[in-house]
Write a protein that binds this ligand. Structure first.
Ligand SMILES: O=C(O)C(=O)C[C@H](O)[C@H](O)COP(=O)(O)O
Length: 306
């Protein structure tokens, strides 16, 4: 039985917590943040982060960090001379913005060996990727990745996708729309964020986003909207679920990604979409109370089970 979970993308070095005099270094990246939550909340599953890594001390420490938390790297290549990307979080209140140093990161070569990539995605219950995963790849590498995902999907694996639009990673909005349309063709569960979709497509409401993704053929959609209700479309039936109110958020980095990890973990447990969203809101509410994208596993589990 296919029991594995794989997330595909780029995990960077993360600098967080600039409120004090020194920065704290961690590891984060949208798809990794989601997998982190799944590692905490899906204990019965083997989980792998599928990427490409360098061979410098920071890459080695990153892989060791994964291993210490029981996160594998499947057949991800290690590229001699390459190194990880880096980003820093700037906070305005609790709202995050990012500065990146990532244009030559090892992860850009995650599809450099198509046979290894296919092998990395084998025997999965769920494969997760995002618009950021696609934005960092060349046209050829994107094609290799989408073909590998489609092949695994044809064997019965569920594919989850967050468009996670980051304008700076794309040549222009039309390029992003074109590639995201291709990704939606192989997507079973789409987890967009309304302000991103509003920016990229001009959607007037979360309902507009949900209906547009239904027309693209996606059966299960959750449109996140920060501290506003999330909108579920499950086989075209809409349902709105209020968010968890957090009185004093500290850092919103990773909230959407952790929401995704909790939602997908709940769905793998057979929990219906509305209850899965309630749990996901609680987990996202926990993550905004810590600095950086990752919260401790116990903290995530308590929020998920409460
Ligand atoms: O921007 C990127 O490329 C990253 O991966 C950095 C961050 O860890 C996530 O973007 C956080 O994502 P949110 O859950 O939307 O706060």
């Amino acid at each position: 039985m296919a029991e594995g979970i794989a997330a595909i993308g780029e995990c960077m070095l993360e600098l967080s917590g600039q409120a004090g005099s020194s920065w704290r270094m961690g590891y984060a990246g949208d798809t990794f943040n989601t997998l982190w939550a799944m590692r905490a909340l899906s204990p019965g599953h083997h989980v792998d982060y599928v990427s490409a890594f360098g061979d410098d001390p920071f890459s080695q420490a990153q892989i060791a960090f994964f291993r210490d938390h029981n996160i594998g790297t499947a057949q991800s290549p290690v590229i001699p001379g390459a190194r990880p990307g880096l980003y820093a979080i700037t906070l305005t209140g609790a709202e995050r913005s990012f500065t990146y140093w990532r244009s030559d990161a090892a992860a850009r070569q995650l599809a450099s060996d198509p046979a290894k990539l296919e092998k990395s995605l084998e025997n999965r219950a769920l494969v997760y990727f995002s618009g950021i995963t696609l934005a960092i790849l060349s046209t050829q590498a994107r094609l290799t990745l989408l073909n590998a995902i489609a092949a695994e999907r044809a064997k019965g694996c569920h594919i989850a996708f967050d468009p996670n639009y980051r304008p700076r990673l794309w040549a222009d909005a039309a390029a992003a729309r074109g590639v995201i349309a291709e990704a939606l063709e192989v997507t079973d569960i789409a987890l967009p964020t309304f302000p991103d979709e509003e920016m990229l497509y001009g959607d007037a409401s979360p309902e507009d986003t949900a209906r547009r993704l239904e027309r693209a053929g996606v059966a299960e959609i959750v449109v996140k909207n920060g501290d506003q209700p999330a909108l579920i479309s499950h086989y075209e039936k809409l349902e709105s679920v209020p968010a968890t109110h957090i009185a004093a958020p500290l850092d919103t980095t990773g909230a959407g990604d952790s929401f995704n990890g909790a939602y997908l973990s709940a769905r793998l447990l057979g929990i219906p979409p509305a209850e899965a969203v309630r749990r996901a809101h609680r987990v996202a509410g926990a993550v905004v109370q810590v600095r950086g994208a990752l919260a401790p596993f116990d903290f995530l589990r308590t929020a998920f089970d409460r």
